[in-house]
Ligand binder design. Structure first.
Ligand SMILES: [Zn+2]
Length: 173
């Protein structure tokens, strides 16, 4: 790579500078002539956006489920809240709970703040010790999620709607 100002070979990191409005890749010496630093990555920032949006997706799907026979267990979404609330209910400190299930205090804290996802083994220990449900069969969780948004009262006919609006009109009077 050559300096776009003096034409010499650039040794080491090329400098990206703006000289009189032109973006140039220059050597260390010529870098002083311009305003430092324009980012080469401008097209990248737009390309990165969709990736960044995808981040909040579940992390635990990466791990192959090791649970035996048939059912795949999945961690409930608010496991962090559940663990913390259950622990506080029992009046246990992080240290005490850590001793009971022989787990590091730092791990427990990370789990309770959602910074870490416990694996099934640890989740099972927490379940047992705290008497909470942290693992659910994967399919069951999905079904209950899709069930919620459909209210039974959705089947109104056009006639019903007219009746309803008439009633409302009358109420206003
Ligand atoms: Zn130069």
């Amino acid at each position: 790579m050559r300096c776009e100002v003096c034409g010499r070979k650039i040794h080491g990191e090329p400098h990206r500078v703006i000289i009189e409005g032109a973006k140039l890749i220059v050597c260390g010496g010529c870098a002083k002539l311009g305003t430092v630093c324009w980012e080469e990555s401008k097209p990248e920032t737009t390309a990165l956006k969709p990736k960044a949006r995808r981040l909040p997706l579940k992390v635990q799907s990466k791990k192959p489920p090791k649970i035996t026979v048939g059912t795949t267990l999945e961690l409930v979404e608010n496991f962090d809240v559940k663990v913390r609330q259950a622990r506080e209910k029992l009046g246990l400190s992080h240290e005490e709970l850590g001793k009971k299930i022989s787990e590091k205090v730092s791990v427990l804290k990370k789990i309770e703040t959602g910074k870490m996802t416990p694996d099934n083994k640890l989740a099972a220990k927490l379940e047992h010790e705290l008497k909470v449900k942290l693992l659910v069969p994967a399919s069951e969780g999905k079904i209950s999620q899709t069930r919620i948004p459909k209210p039974a009262s959705h089947k109104l006919t056009l006639g019903d709607l007219i009746q309803l609006s008439k009633k409302k009109m009358e109420e206003k009077k």
